[in-house]
Design a protein around this ligand. Structure first.
Ligand code: TPP
Ligand code: DXP
Ligand code: MG
Length: 625
């Protein structure tokens, strides 16, 4: 019987980079087409970073054609664009499991493959890590190549510049690829982005680009030196980036077409073994090869499942981010002192709403969370009301500024931590499971979490009117409880919990997103004749100790619920306080173990780690004896 004709005849034979090296240039072009087709159709089902990965197909093929991982090291910045690398390093048959529970991680992961020399997920780490690897190689006297791939927005990130400043003093031999597609998640921002953009649109670039491409066609495979010297001569002095990077002690090559696999192979063959600090500036298209992503690079930077034909994605219940951005925009309409800041995430935080309606009160500072926090402090000293919206996990970058600049000076910056709690698909680099731990102990700061959408808006309104101290709020990825927001926001009393149901045997304190789980737990306990109180704590700090002590003196067991690790979380604070108050009541806690939680869908991970009403009932009954 005839073998079925494969859709991916070349890709299916790629079990390792060795197989890539066997292909002719023409076959590599064909392989690129197969990879794009596979990516578009597979990510359509799983969701993921389709746009960035479509932009690096030729780059990744060329890298694996010329260099030899795992001996040579590839360090990708963020590594959200490493799906192609995974496909070429023995994982193409598993790419349909990317970001799925117990499937491939959406980022590079040292424990997933020997070809993944460095994990990531947060931006701006690649140059420094690659520099450390290059320096280690020099000290060890080995000869592997270290290649760092960083996007244009990675160059808006502080650590990248810290590495650039240090590179010439650390190694003489490293290759950097600047993958310039003009996009971060939104259009890239800042002086350097404008600079790169001018470069790409200048006549000189067109001239050089044509010449470089013509030359490659004529001399590819022969004296590549001629080609690169010509490009180098052609660009030296013509383009500021070459001056900029040469000031950092790096030899600048480019800009060249990042989709011309033959040209890229020629240039990498030239760069390999030159033992110099080089930066190759390539120009790519985010979403290349799939019309919906090309038309909307922002939407398809990272997306849920979509229709291949149209790019249509499911529209769901309003998310916490929608409620946040709508509320802040409404406040800003009434008060010109209300401003909002994002660190390159206008889409994810939904501050694109404010950007559209009140652009003067909107700021995108690039992937620069530390700077964003300090920028907000400066605004607050002049009487402005800055809402700083940064994902919980990325707010970790601004930890020192929160203590040293905000709390110590009592500057009323409003910290809005989106994606607080388990974020799911992105895995341990993105779960917002540590922010209670890194804020609960900071003096002179108030910190809250809403149980539903209307309370989220009430809390934001309370923050807008609170000038005494910095304030922080945490809310999850997606909807909170799916409760519609109506009417006008209410001011809440700071430090005052909401007692939803009274009870004499057990008291449940369900913080924020897990309030609904606490409610479900109460129903199950009441069904067993156990009188159960249900409290919406609202405030992580100042904790409502009056309410807590009142129940602790009355009931037999207290159970806390939080979408956070248990170590140094909300429940830990409850235990600390009751201990200090000399009240000896058993406290059981529902929350994440103090481990890094894998990627996957939230219900499966909650079930795996005991964040369910059933588990809570079991813990309470056990404590009741
Ligand atoms: C510290 C940090 N802040 C924000 C993000 C969110 N983020 C992920 S990728 C990205 C944009 C990356 O743009 P670029 O480096 O140009 O790569 P491209 O996606 O364009 O290939 C951002 C802002 C992050 N991963 N890490
Ligand atoms: C790679 C990165 O850090 C972002 O693209 C992140 O994946 C966005 O997360 P959300 O999908 O939760 O907005
Ligand atoms: Mg980019």
């Amino acid at each position: 019987m005839q073998e079925p004709v494969s859709e991916y005849p070349l890709l299916e034979k790629i079990e390792s980079p060795t197989d890539v090296k066997k292909l002719s240039n023409a076959q590599l072009v064909e392989l690129a087409a197969e990879i794009r087709h596979k990516l578009v159709h597979s990510v359509a089902k799983t969701g993921g970073h389709i746009g960035p990965n479509l932009g690096v197909v030729e780059l990744t093929i060329a890298l694996h054609t010329v260099f030899d991982t795992p001996k040579d090291n590839f360090v990708f910045d963020v590594s959200h664009q490493a799906y192609v690398h995974k496909m070429l390093t023995g994982r193409q048959s598993e790419i349909h499991t990317i970001r799925q529970y117990e499937g491939l991680n959406g980022y590079m992961l040292r424990t997933e493959s020997e070809h993944d020399c460095y994990g990531a997920g947060h931006a701006g780490t690649a140059l420094s890590a690659a520099l450390g690897m290059a320096t280690a190689r020099d000290l060890a006297g080995t000869d592997e190549e270290v290649v760092c791939v960083a996007g244009d927005a990675a160059f808006t990130c502080g650590p990248t510049f810290e590495a650039l400043n240090n590179i010439a003093e650390s190694t003489d031999n490293m290759i950097v690829v600047l993958n310039d597609n003009e996009w971060s998640i939104d259009k890239n921002v800042g002086a350097l982005a404008k600079y790169f953009n001018r470069l790409q649109t200048s006549d000189a670039y067109e001239h050089i680009h044509r010449k470089a491409t013509d030359l490659i066609e004529r001399v590819a495979g022969k004296g590549v030196r001629k080609l690169v010297n010509r490009v180098e001569e052609g660009t030296k002095g013509l383009f500021a980036p070459s001056v900029l990077f040469e000031e950092f002690g790096m030899r600048y090559y480019g800009p060249v077409d990042g989709h011309d696999v033959e040209a890229l192979i020629s240039i990498f063959q030239h760069l390999k073994g030159r033992k110099e600090r080089s930066i190759l500036h390539i120009i790519t298209e985010k979403g290349r090869g799939w019309e919906p992503a090309l038309a909307n690079p922002g939407k398809f930077h990272g997306t849920g499942p979509y229709e291949v034909k149209t790019g249509a994605t499911a529209s769901g219940t309003p998310t916490a981010s929608d409620v946040f951005a709508r509320a802040v925009t409404d406040f800003a309409k009434e008060d010109e002192k209300v401003v909002a800041i994002t660190a390159a995430m206008p889409g994810g935080t939904k501050l694109e709403i404010l950007k559209k309606e009140l652009p003067k009160q909107y700021f995108d500072v690039g992937i620069a969370e530390e700077h964003a926090a300090l920028f907000a402090c400066g605004l607050a000293t002049k009487g402005f009301k800055p809402f700083l919206s940064i994902y919980s996990t990325f707010m970790q970058r601004a930890y020192d500024m929160i203590i040293h600049d905000m709390a110590l000076q009592k500057l009323p910056v409003r910290l809005c931590m989106d994606r607080a709690g388990l974020s799911g698909d992105d895995g341990p680099t993105h779960h917002g499971l540590f922010d209670i731990g890194y804020l609960r102990h900071v003096p002179d700061l108030v910190f809250m979490q809403p149980k539903d959408e209307p309370e989220l808006r009430d809390m934001l309104w309370t923050m807008a009117n609170y000038e005494e101290l910095p304030s922080a709020i945490r809310y999850p990825r997606g909807p909170i409880a799916g409760v519609p927001v109506e009417g006008e926001p209410k001011l809440l009393e700071i430090g005052k919990s909401e007692v939803v149901e009274d009870g004499a045997d057990v008291a449940l304190f369900g913080l924020g997103t897990l309030f609904s789980m606490a409610k479900e737990t109460r129903d199950a306990l009441e069904a067993q004749g156990i009188s159960t109180a249900l409290v919406n704590p609202r405030w992580i700090k100042p904790m409502d100790t009056t309410c807590l002590e009142e129940f602790a003196r009355k009931v037999k067991v207290i159970c806390t619920f939080e979408d956070h690790v248990l170590a140094n979380g909300y429940g830990a604070g409850v235990i600390e306080h009751l201990h200090d108050a000399g009240i000896d009541v058993p406290v059981v806690r529902i929350g994440w173990p103090n481990e890094f939680i894998d990627h996957g869908n939230v219900p499966a991970l909650r079930a795996q780690h005991g964040l369910t009403a059933e588990a809570a009932v079991e813990k309470v009954l056990k404590a009741l004896g």
